[in-house]
Design a protein around this ligand. Sequence first.
Ligand code: ADP
Length: 261
Amino acid sequence: GYMDDEVNILGFTEIEKISDSFNEMLGRMKTLEESRQEFVSNVSHELKTPITSIKVLAESLLTQPDAPVELYREFMTDINEEIERENNIITDLLSLVKLDKKTGEMHIATVSVNELLEIILKRLKPIAMKRNIELVYESFRNVLAEVDEVKLSLAISNLIENAIKYNVDDGWVRVSLNADHKYFYIKVADSGIGIPESAQGNIFDRFYRVDKARARQTGGTGLGLSITKNVVLMHNGAIKVYSQENEGSTFTLRIPLNYIP
Ligand code: ADP
């Protein structure tokens, strides 16, 4: 009969396999609501962590009124660091929220990408110098492109800041700019700690950090790369990463020269 024909064409095992992999796919797919809830719970957690530390530090000073001045100084330094951390999270979150309003908010103008890169590099040079990291800029083309300058600047700054942050002392960061008739390409390569292959698929997720403890020390929020990816997608561009642990990472942006809304 009819059913038998179907079974003959595919065979039972094939049908079972297809149905199994379909079910597995459904299981893996996060619903929009689940993603939203996960984001809100991540935000709450990230915002609460510094506040909890601040409260513990302040309370312990308040309960020992004749604590030595050295202890006050030590705890105040810690409190100050936690406030800075909270400030970083709020700044990054506000950037993300602004980006989430999507394409209506794009302020497109013709921008010299070379000049944009030079400005960013000049600003980040002192941070690199602190750890004797060489910051090299190579430009293969003069690029004029239709972009949102503020957003693109944020995206590129995040990549270069990471390349410095996750580097080794005396290392290097190379930023290069190239173009063809359709796209411009920005490459940020570093001699840093690299990203384990298993983590490379997650680094663009909000709040994802390979090493939480290390990210904490470096003031990381886990939002930088998700902001960068958002900006790149808003320009109809693409981002990819190549990385090897203990050798370094290379992030490449490909963005159309002409903006298509
Ligand atoms: P963070 O604020 O922690 O730097 P990001 O979203 O910018 O957050 O990056 C996510 C994680 O990806 C970082 O915590 C770090 O583990 C890893 N990462 C990003 N850029 C690099 C890089 N250039 N080299 C090594 N690891 C990196």
